[in-house]
Design a protein around this ligand. Structure first.
Ligand code: NGQ
Ligand code: ZN
Length: 455
Protein backbone atom coordinates (compact mmCIF):
# COMPACT_ATOMS: atom_id res chain seq x y z
CA UNK A 1 0.00 0.00 0.00
CA UNK A 2 1.12 3.56 -0.77
CA UNK A 3 -0.71 6.56 0.69
CA UNK A 4 0.13 10.21 0.21
CA UNK A 5 -0.99 12.70 2.83
CA UNK A 6 -0.90 16.47 2.62
CA UNK A 7 -0.12 16.47 6.36
CA UNK A 8 1.23 13.70 8.57
CA UNK A 9 2.34 13.72 12.20
CA UNK A 10 5.83 12.17 12.18
CA UNK A 11 7.89 11.58 15.36
CA UNK A 12 9.72 14.86 14.71
CA UNK A 13 6.52 16.83 14.09
CA UNK A 14 4.14 17.70 11.23
CA UNK A 15 5.39 17.15 7.69
CA UNK A 16 3.87 17.93 4.28
CA UNK A 17 3.21 15.73 1.26
CA UNK A 18 4.23 12.57 3.03
CA UNK A 19 4.26 9.26 1.17
CA UNK A 20 3.67 6.26 3.45
CA UNK A 21 4.59 2.87 1.98
CA UNK A 22 3.75 -0.37 3.74
CA UNK A 23 4.57 -3.99 3.19
CA UNK A 24 3.56 -7.00 5.29
CA UNK A 25 1.81 -4.81 7.85
CA UNK A 26 4.79 -2.49 8.48
CA UNK A 27 5.90 0.87 7.14
CA UNK A 28 8.85 0.38 4.84
CA UNK A 29 9.17 4.08 4.05
CA UNK A 30 7.68 7.33 5.38
CA UNK A 31 8.98 10.16 3.18
CA UNK A 32 8.01 13.84 3.11
CA UNK A 33 8.10 15.33 -0.37
CA UNK A 34 8.61 11.98 -2.13
CA UNK A 35 7.26 11.13 -5.57
CA UNK A 36 3.58 10.32 -5.04
CA UNK A 37 2.97 8.59 -8.39
CA UNK A 38 0.62 5.65 -7.92
CA UNK A 39 -0.15 6.52 -4.28
CA UNK A 40 -3.71 6.81 -2.95
CA UNK A 41 -4.54 10.27 -1.62
CA UNK A 42 -5.53 10.24 2.08
CA UNK A 43 -8.81 12.09 2.74
CA UNK A 44 -7.07 14.25 5.37
CA UNK A 45 -4.26 14.50 7.91
CA UNK A 46 -2.62 11.28 9.12
CA UNK A 47 -1.84 10.57 12.78
CA UNK A 48 -0.05 7.58 14.31
CA UNK A 49 -2.40 4.96 15.80
CA UNK A 50 -3.00 5.51 19.51
CA UNK A 51 -2.94 2.80 22.15
CA UNK A 52 -5.60 2.68 24.85
CA UNK A 53 -3.29 1.44 27.59
CA UNK A 54 -5.79 0.62 30.32
CA UNK A 55 -9.11 -1.17 29.86
CA UNK A 56 -11.47 -3.25 31.98
CA UNK A 57 -13.74 -4.18 29.08
CA UNK A 58 -16.72 -5.40 31.14
CA UNK A 59 -17.04 -1.99 32.79
CA UNK A 60 -18.31 -0.59 29.47
CA UNK A 61 -21.59 -2.33 30.35
CA UNK A 62 -22.02 -0.35 33.58
CA UNK A 63 -21.06 3.09 32.30
CA UNK A 64 -23.77 5.49 33.44
CA UNK A 65 -25.23 3.12 36.02
CA UNK A 66 -23.33 4.47 39.02
CA UNK A 67 -24.18 8.18 38.97
CA UNK A 68 -27.05 8.21 41.49
CA UNK A 69 -26.13 9.83 44.80
CA UNK A 70 -26.57 7.87 47.99
CA UNK A 71 -24.95 10.41 50.31
CA UNK A 72 -21.42 9.13 50.82
CA UNK A 73 -20.32 8.17 47.33
CA UNK A 74 -16.66 7.65 46.59
CA UNK A 75 -14.25 5.34 44.78
CA UNK A 76 -14.84 2.57 47.33
CA UNK A 77 -18.63 2.67 47.13
CA UNK A 78 -18.35 2.66 43.31
CA UNK A 79 -16.17 -0.45 43.66
CA UNK A 80 -18.90 -2.22 45.66
CA UNK A 81 -21.37 -1.53 42.86
CA UNK A 82 -18.87 -2.77 40.31
CA UNK A 83 -18.41 -6.01 42.28
CA UNK A 84 -22.19 -6.46 42.47
CA UNK A 85 -22.42 -6.00 38.69
CA UNK A 86 -20.18 -9.03 38.18
CA UNK A 87 -22.82 -11.46 39.51
CA UNK A 88 -24.42 -12.10 36.10
CA UNK A 89 -21.39 -11.59 33.89
CA UNK A 90 -20.85 -14.65 31.68
CA UNK A 91 -17.95 -15.32 29.29
CA UNK A 92 -20.36 -14.81 26.36
CA UNK A 93 -21.43 -11.43 27.73
CA UNK A 94 -17.79 -10.41 28.29
CA UNK A 95 -17.06 -11.11 24.64
CA UNK A 96 -20.14 -9.23 23.41
CA UNK A 97 -19.36 -6.20 25.58
CA UNK A 98 -15.72 -6.20 24.53
CA UNK A 99 -16.66 -6.46 20.85
CA UNK A 100 -18.83 -3.34 21.13
CA UNK A 101 -16.13 -1.55 23.14
CA UNK A 102 -13.36 -2.36 20.66
CA UNK A 103 -15.48 -1.18 17.71
CA UNK A 104 -16.00 2.10 19.58
CA UNK A 105 -12.27 2.35 20.30
CA UNK A 106 -11.34 1.79 16.66
CA UNK A 107 -13.86 4.36 15.48
CA UNK A 108 -12.31 6.81 17.97
CA UNK A 109 -8.79 6.27 16.60
CA UNK A 110 -7.38 3.75 19.05
CA UNK A 111 -5.53 1.00 17.17
CA UNK A 112 -4.47 -1.08 20.20
CA UNK A 113 -5.67 -1.81 23.71
CA UNK A 114 -4.12 -3.16 26.91
CA UNK A 115 -6.74 -5.26 28.65
CA UNK A 116 -6.13 -5.44 32.41
CA UNK A 117 -8.15 -8.55 33.01
CA UNK A 118 -9.06 -9.91 36.44
CA UNK A 119 -12.47 -11.60 36.15
CA UNK A 120 -11.04 -15.09 35.70
CA UNK A 121 -13.52 -17.38 37.47
CA UNK A 122 -17.21 -18.26 37.66
CA UNK A 123 -19.50 -16.09 39.83
CA UNK A 124 -19.11 -18.49 42.77
CA UNK A 125 -15.31 -18.39 42.47
CA UNK A 126 -14.81 -21.84 40.94
CA UNK A 127 -12.49 -21.81 37.93
CA UNK A 128 -13.84 -22.47 34.45
CA UNK A 129 -12.84 -25.81 32.93
CA UNK A 130 -10.38 -23.82 30.85
CA UNK A 131 -8.67 -21.40 33.25
CA UNK A 132 -8.01 -19.03 30.39
CA UNK A 133 -11.68 -19.04 29.28
CA UNK A 134 -12.44 -15.37 29.94
CA UNK A 135 -9.05 -14.23 28.62
CA UNK A 136 -9.74 -16.09 25.39
CA UNK A 137 -13.09 -14.31 25.06
CA UNK A 138 -11.46 -10.89 25.18
CA UNK A 139 -8.70 -11.83 22.76
CA UNK A 140 -11.38 -13.24 20.43
CA UNK A 141 -13.29 -9.94 20.59
CA UNK A 142 -10.12 -8.09 19.62
CA UNK A 143 -9.54 -10.43 16.67
CA UNK A 144 -13.16 -10.03 15.51
CA UNK A 145 -12.80 -6.25 15.40
CA UNK A 146 -9.21 -5.94 14.18
CA UNK A 147 -7.77 -4.03 17.15
CA UNK A 148 -4.32 -5.03 18.45
CA UNK A 149 -4.36 -6.28 22.02
CA UNK A 150 -1.92 -6.65 24.86
CA UNK A 151 -3.68 -8.98 27.21
CA UNK A 152 -2.68 -8.72 30.88
CA UNK A 153 -3.93 -11.52 33.14
CA UNK A 154 -4.17 -9.99 36.60
CA UNK A 155 -2.82 -11.49 39.82
CA UNK A 156 -5.14 -10.82 42.75
CA UNK A 157 -4.83 -12.46 46.18
CA UNK A 158 -5.60 -10.07 49.05
CA UNK A 159 -8.08 -7.35 49.97
CA UNK A 160 -5.52 -4.95 51.43
CA UNK A 161 -1.92 -4.38 52.51
CA UNK A 162 -0.48 -7.02 54.80
CA UNK A 163 -2.08 -9.89 52.88
CA UNK A 164 -5.58 -9.30 54.29
CA UNK A 165 -8.01 -12.06 53.33
CA UNK A 166 -9.95 -11.33 50.13
CA UNK A 167 -13.61 -10.40 50.50
CA UNK A 168 -16.48 -12.30 48.81
CA UNK A 169 -16.83 -9.68 46.03
CA UNK A 170 -13.29 -10.56 44.91
CA UNK A 171 -13.69 -14.34 44.56
CA UNK A 172 -13.81 -14.29 40.75
CA UNK A 173 -10.34 -12.68 40.69
CA UNK A 174 -8.19 -14.92 42.88
CA UNK A 175 -5.12 -16.92 41.94
CA UNK A 176 -1.52 -17.44 42.95
CA UNK A 177 1.56 -16.58 40.91
CA UNK A 178 2.03 -20.11 39.63
CA UNK A 179 -1.58 -20.46 38.48
CA UNK A 180 -1.52 -17.10 36.77
CA UNK A 181 1.72 -17.89 34.94
CA UNK A 182 0.12 -21.07 33.60
CA UNK A 183 -2.59 -18.93 32.02
CA UNK A 184 0.11 -16.63 30.62
CA UNK A 185 1.97 -19.60 29.09
CA UNK A 186 -1.20 -21.09 27.59
CA UNK A 187 -2.15 -17.78 25.98
CA UNK A 188 1.35 -17.17 24.68
CA UNK A 189 1.37 -20.57 23.06
CA UNK A 190 -2.06 -20.05 21.49
CA UNK A 191 -1.12 -16.66 20.01
CA UNK A 192 2.58 -17.06 19.28
CA UNK A 193 2.03 -16.55 15.56
CA UNK A 194 -0.26 -13.51 15.86
CA UNK A 195 1.56 -10.17 15.64
CA UNK A 196 -1.52 -8.31 16.94
CA UNK A 197 -1.56 -10.16 20.27
CA UNK A 198 0.93 -9.77 23.10
CA UNK A 199 0.63 -11.29 26.55
CA UNK A 200 1.90 -9.46 29.63
CA UNK A 201 1.09 -9.58 33.34
CA UNK A 202 -0.55 -7.33 35.88
CA UNK A 203 -0.15 -7.59 39.62
CA UNK A 204 -3.46 -5.80 40.38
CA UNK A 205 -2.07 -3.41 43.01
CA UNK A 206 0.15 -3.45 46.10
CA UNK A 207 -3.09 -3.89 48.04
CA UNK A 208 -3.95 -7.12 46.24
CA UNK A 209 -0.51 -8.74 45.87
CA UNK A 210 1.78 -9.27 48.89
CA UNK A 211 5.54 -8.73 48.35
CA UNK A 212 6.61 -12.40 48.20
CA UNK A 213 3.95 -13.14 45.62
CA UNK A 214 4.95 -10.09 43.60
CA UNK A 215 8.53 -11.38 43.57
CA UNK A 216 7.41 -14.83 42.42
CA UNK A 217 5.30 -13.36 39.65
CA UNK A 218 8.04 -11.04 38.37
CA UNK A 219 10.69 -13.75 38.53
CA UNK A 220 8.46 -16.27 36.76
CA UNK A 221 7.38 -13.85 34.04
CA UNK A 222 10.97 -12.62 33.58
CA UNK A 223 11.94 -16.18 32.73
CA UNK A 224 9.12 -16.47 30.18
CA UNK A 225 9.46 -13.06 28.50
CA UNK A 226 12.26 -10.79 29.80
CA UNK A 227 10.90 -7.86 27.75
CA UNK A 228 7.22 -8.46 28.51
CA UNK A 229 4.88 -5.71 29.73
CA UNK A 230 4.09 -5.41 33.45
CA UNK A 231 1.18 -3.18 34.52
CA UNK A 232 0.02 -2.31 38.04
CA UNK A 233 -2.61 0.01 39.57
CA UNK A 234 -0.93 2.34 42.03
CA UNK A 235 -1.55 5.38 44.24
CA UNK A 236 -4.94 6.17 42.77
CA UNK A 237 -6.68 7.06 46.03
CA UNK A 238 -5.37 8.83 49.13
CA UNK A 239 -6.72 6.02 51.31
CA UNK A 240 -4.36 3.64 49.51
CA UNK A 241 -1.41 5.98 50.10
CA UNK A 242 -2.21 6.19 53.82
CA UNK A 243 -2.73 2.43 54.15
CA UNK A 244 0.59 1.78 52.42
CA UNK A 245 2.39 4.15 54.77
CA UNK A 246 0.79 2.53 57.81
CA UNK A 247 1.87 -0.88 56.51
CA UNK A 248 5.40 -0.14 55.27
CA UNK A 249 6.34 3.42 56.22
CA UNK A 250 6.59 4.24 52.50
CA UNK A 251 4.17 5.66 49.92
CA UNK A 252 3.03 3.18 47.21
CA UNK A 253 5.18 4.41 44.31
CA UNK A 254 8.11 4.90 46.68
CA UNK A 255 7.69 1.33 47.91
CA UNK A 256 7.45 -0.12 44.41
CA UNK A 257 10.47 1.80 43.10
CA UNK A 258 12.44 0.54 46.09
CA UNK A 259 11.39 -3.12 45.78
CA UNK A 260 11.09 -3.89 42.07
CA UNK A 261 13.31 -3.14 39.06
CA UNK A 262 10.86 -0.68 37.51
CA UNK A 263 11.98 0.07 33.97
CA UNK A 264 10.58 0.63 30.48
CA UNK A 265 8.59 -2.63 30.60
CA UNK A 266 6.41 -1.18 33.35
CA UNK A 267 3.20 0.81 33.23
CA UNK A 268 2.15 2.41 36.52
CA UNK A 269 -1.58 2.94 36.11
CA UNK A 270 -2.90 6.20 37.60
CA UNK A 271 0.10 6.98 39.88
CA UNK A 272 -2.06 9.94 40.82
CA UNK A 273 -0.63 10.76 44.23
CA UNK A 274 3.12 11.37 43.94
CA UNK A 275 5.53 13.19 46.20
CA UNK A 276 8.12 15.23 44.25
CA UNK A 277 10.84 12.65 44.77
CA UNK A 278 8.60 9.79 43.60
CA UNK A 279 7.63 11.81 40.53
CA UNK A 280 11.27 12.45 39.60
CA UNK A 281 12.32 8.84 40.16
CA UNK A 282 9.37 7.54 38.16
CA UNK A 283 10.18 9.92 35.28
CA UNK A 284 13.81 8.76 35.30
CA UNK A 285 12.87 5.05 35.40
CA UNK A 286 11.68 4.99 31.79
CA UNK A 287 8.35 3.45 32.86
CA UNK A 288 5.07 4.78 31.49
CA UNK A 289 2.48 6.48 33.67
CA UNK A 290 -0.91 5.10 32.59
CA UNK A 291 -3.20 8.10 32.86
CA UNK A 292 -6.97 7.62 32.61
CA UNK A 293 -8.32 11.17 32.86
CA UNK A 294 -12.04 10.53 32.31
CA UNK A 295 -12.18 7.66 34.80
CA UNK A 296 -9.96 9.46 37.31
CA UNK A 297 -12.39 12.39 37.15
CA UNK A 298 -15.42 10.10 37.36
CA UNK A 299 -14.07 8.28 40.43
CA UNK A 300 -12.83 11.40 42.20
CA UNK A 301 -9.21 10.23 42.28
CA UNK A 302 -7.26 13.47 42.08
CA UNK A 303 -4.90 15.02 39.53
CA UNK A 304 -1.62 13.58 38.30
CA UNK A 305 1.21 16.17 38.42
CA UNK A 306 1.54 16.20 34.64
CA UNK A 307 3.25 19.54 34.04
CA UNK A 308 6.19 18.80 36.35
CA UNK A 309 6.41 15.18 35.19
CA UNK A 310 6.63 16.25 31.54
CA UNK A 311 9.30 18.81 32.42
CA UNK A 312 11.28 15.85 33.81
CA UNK A 313 10.80 13.96 30.52
CA UNK A 314 8.43 11.46 32.14
CA UNK A 315 6.57 9.14 29.79
CA UNK A 316 2.82 8.66 29.74
CA UNK A 317 -0.01 7.13 27.75
CA UNK A 318 -3.78 7.26 28.04
CA UNK A 319 -6.42 4.69 28.91
CA UNK A 320 -10.19 4.76 29.07
CA UNK A 321 -10.24 2.33 32.02
CA UNK A 322 -13.93 2.21 33.08
CA UNK A 323 -15.05 3.51 29.64
CA UNK A 324 -17.29 6.39 30.62
CA UNK A 325 -15.53 8.07 27.70
CA UNK A 326 -14.07 6.39 24.62
CA UNK A 327 -12.40 9.30 22.91
CA UNK A 328 -8.64 9.90 22.84
CA UNK A 329 -9.04 13.59 22.06
CA UNK A 330 -11.27 14.02 25.10
CA UNK A 331 -8.77 12.21 27.36
CA UNK A 332 -5.95 14.52 26.23
CA UNK A 333 -8.16 17.60 26.57
CA UNK A 334 -9.12 16.59 30.12
CA UNK A 335 -5.46 16.10 31.00
CA UNK A 336 -4.61 19.64 29.99
CA UNK A 337 -7.80 21.16 31.42
CA UNK A 338 -7.18 19.63 34.85
CA UNK A 339 -3.80 21.34 34.91
CA UNK A 340 -5.21 24.65 33.63
CA UNK A 341 -7.98 24.69 36.23
CA UNK A 342 -5.62 24.18 39.16
CA UNK A 343 -2.87 26.51 37.87
CA UNK A 344 -5.19 29.17 36.44
CA UNK A 345 -2.98 29.35 33.36
CA UNK A 346 -3.24 28.21 29.73
CA UNK A 347 -1.21 25.87 27.52
CA UNK A 348 0.73 24.24 30.37
CA UNK A 349 1.22 20.52 29.54
CA UNK A 350 4.21 20.97 27.28
CA UNK A 351 5.29 17.51 26.12
CA UNK A 352 8.54 16.71 24.33
CA UNK A 353 9.37 20.42 24.31
CA UNK A 354 6.57 21.16 21.82
CA UNK A 355 4.68 24.43 22.25
CA UNK A 356 1.60 23.02 20.49
CA UNK A 357 -0.24 21.22 23.30
CA UNK A 358 -2.20 19.06 20.85
CA UNK A 359 0.86 17.93 18.90
CA UNK A 360 2.98 17.30 22.00
CA UNK A 361 0.30 15.32 23.85
CA UNK A 362 -0.63 13.24 20.79
CA UNK A 363 2.98 12.30 20.04
CA UNK A 364 3.80 11.55 23.67
CA UNK A 365 0.64 9.48 24.23
CA UNK A 366 1.20 7.52 21.01
CA UNK A 367 4.80 6.68 21.92
CA UNK A 368 4.06 5.96 25.60
CA UNK A 369 1.03 3.86 24.74
CA UNK A 370 3.01 1.73 22.29
CA UNK A 371 5.73 1.22 24.88
CA UNK A 372 3.18 0.16 27.51
CA UNK A 373 1.61 -2.33 25.10
CA UNK A 374 5.04 -3.68 24.17
CA UNK A 375 4.07 -3.43 20.51
CA UNK A 376 6.00 -1.87 17.59
CA UNK A 377 3.54 0.95 16.92
CA UNK A 378 2.78 4.55 17.89
CA UNK A 379 4.86 6.31 15.22
CA UNK A 380 4.72 6.95 11.52
CA UNK A 381 8.22 5.72 10.70
CA UNK A 382 9.89 2.98 8.68
CA UNK A 383 9.97 -0.27 10.66
CA UNK A 384 6.93 0.50 12.81
CA UNK A 385 3.67 -1.38 12.34
CA UNK A 386 1.39 0.37 9.86
CA UNK A 387 -1.18 1.57 12.44
CA UNK A 388 -2.60 4.93 11.47
CA UNK A 389 -5.56 7.27 11.78
CA UNK A 390 -6.76 9.51 8.98
CA UNK A 391 -8.81 12.57 9.88
CA UNK A 392 -11.34 14.02 7.45
CA UNK A 393 -10.02 17.24 5.91
CA UNK A 394 -13.64 18.21 5.21
CA UNK A 395 -14.58 18.24 8.92
CA UNK A 396 -15.46 21.86 9.79
CA UNK A 397 -13.10 21.88 12.76
CA UNK A 398 -10.15 21.17 10.47
CA UNK A 399 -11.02 23.76 7.81
CA UNK A 400 -7.95 25.80 6.94
CA UNK A 401 -5.84 24.10 9.62
CA UNK A 402 -2.22 23.25 8.94
CA UNK A 403 0.45 21.44 10.99
CA UNK A 404 0.16 22.01 14.75
CA UNK A 405 -3.26 23.65 14.50
CA UNK A 406 -4.62 20.37 13.07
CA UNK A 407 -3.62 18.58 16.29
CA UNK A 408 -4.80 21.43 18.51
CA UNK A 409 -8.17 21.62 16.75
CA UNK A 410 -8.60 17.83 16.93
CA UNK A 411 -7.80 17.72 20.66
CA UNK A 412 -9.56 20.89 21.83
CA UNK A 413 -12.32 21.68 19.39
CA UNK A 414 -13.59 18.65 17.48
CA UNK A 415 -16.71 18.31 19.61
CA UNK A 416 -19.50 15.83 19.12
CA UNK A 417 -18.77 14.47 15.65
CA UNK A 418 -15.34 12.92 15.52
CA UNK A 419 -13.10 13.87 12.58
CA UNK A 420 -11.67 10.31 12.60
CA UNK A 421 -12.46 8.93 9.12
CA UNK A 422 -10.19 5.97 8.56
CA UNK A 423 -8.29 3.69 10.90
CA UNK A 424 -5.70 1.19 9.73
CA UNK A 425 -4.14 -1.58 11.81
CA UNK A 426 -1.11 -3.43 10.43
CA UNK A 427 -1.73 -2.00 6.96
CA UNK A 428 -5.37 -3.10 6.89
CA UNK A 429 -8.22 -0.59 6.87
CA UNK A 430 -10.62 -1.43 9.71
CA UNK A 431 -12.62 1.82 9.79
CA UNK A 432 -13.77 3.54 6.57
CA UNK A 433 -15.90 6.70 6.35
CA UNK A 434 -15.90 6.83 10.15
CA UNK A 435 -17.55 3.41 10.46
CA UNK A 436 -16.43 -0.03 11.45
CA UNK A 437 -18.18 -2.62 9.25
CA UNK A 438 -19.06 -4.68 12.34
CA UNK A 439 -20.77 -1.79 14.07
CA UNK A 440 -24.39 -2.95 13.73
CA UNK A 441 -23.66 -6.57 14.63
CA UNK A 442 -21.62 -5.46 17.65
CA UNK A 443 -24.45 -3.23 18.84
CA UNK A 444 -27.03 -6.00 18.50
CA UNK A 445 -24.82 -8.39 20.48
CA UNK A 446 -24.22 -5.73 23.11
CA UNK A 447 -27.95 -5.05 23.55
CA UNK A 448 -28.61 -8.77 23.98
CA UNK A 449 -25.82 -9.01 26.56
CA UNK A 450 -27.21 -6.01 28.44
CA UNK A 451 -30.62 -7.67 28.64
CA UNK A 452 -28.97 -10.64 30.35
CA UNK A 453 -26.75 -8.52 32.61
CA UNK A 454 -29.56 -6.30 33.83
CA UNK A 455 -32.06 -9.18 34.05
C1 NGQ B 1 -10.43 -2.05 38.95
N1 NGQ B 1 -10.54 0.35 38.87
O1 NGQ B 1 -9.68 -3.00 39.16
O2 NGQ B 1 -11.36 -2.11 38.13
C2 NGQ B 1 -10.19 -0.77 39.69
C3 NGQ B 1 -10.99 -0.74 40.96
C4 NGQ B 1 -9.51 -1.53 42.81
C5 NGQ B 1 -9.91 1.51 39.04
N2 NGQ B 1 -8.97 1.57 39.91
C6 NGQ B 1 -10.67 -1.83 41.92
N3 NGQ B 1 -10.23 2.57 38.33
O3 NGQ B 1 -8.65 -0.71 42.48
O4 NGQ B 1 -9.44 -2.16 43.86
ZN1 ZN C 1 -7.96 -0.12 36.31
Amino acid sequence: MRIVAEWALLPEGWARDVVLTTDGGRFVAVEPGADAAGATRAPGPVLPGLANLHSHAFQRAMAGLTEIASGEDDFWSWRERMYAFLARLTPEAMQAVARQLYVEMLEAGYTGVAEFHYVHHQPDGRPYADRAETSRRLIAAAAETGIAITHLPVLYAASDFGGKAPNPGQRRFLSDAEGLLEVVEALRLAHAADPLVRIGIAPHSLRAVPPAMLDDLLRGFGAIDPEGPVHIHIAEQLREVEACRAWSGARPVEWLLGHAAVDRRWCLVHATHLAAEERRTLAASGAVAGLCPSTEANLGDGLFPLVDYLAEAGRFGIGSDSHVTIDAAEELRLLEYGQRLTRRRRAVSVAEGRPSIGTGLLLAAAAGGAQALGQPTGRLAAGARADLVILGAAHPTLAGRTGDTIADSFVFAAGRETPVREVWVAGRRVVADGRHPGREAARAGFRDAMAVLLG
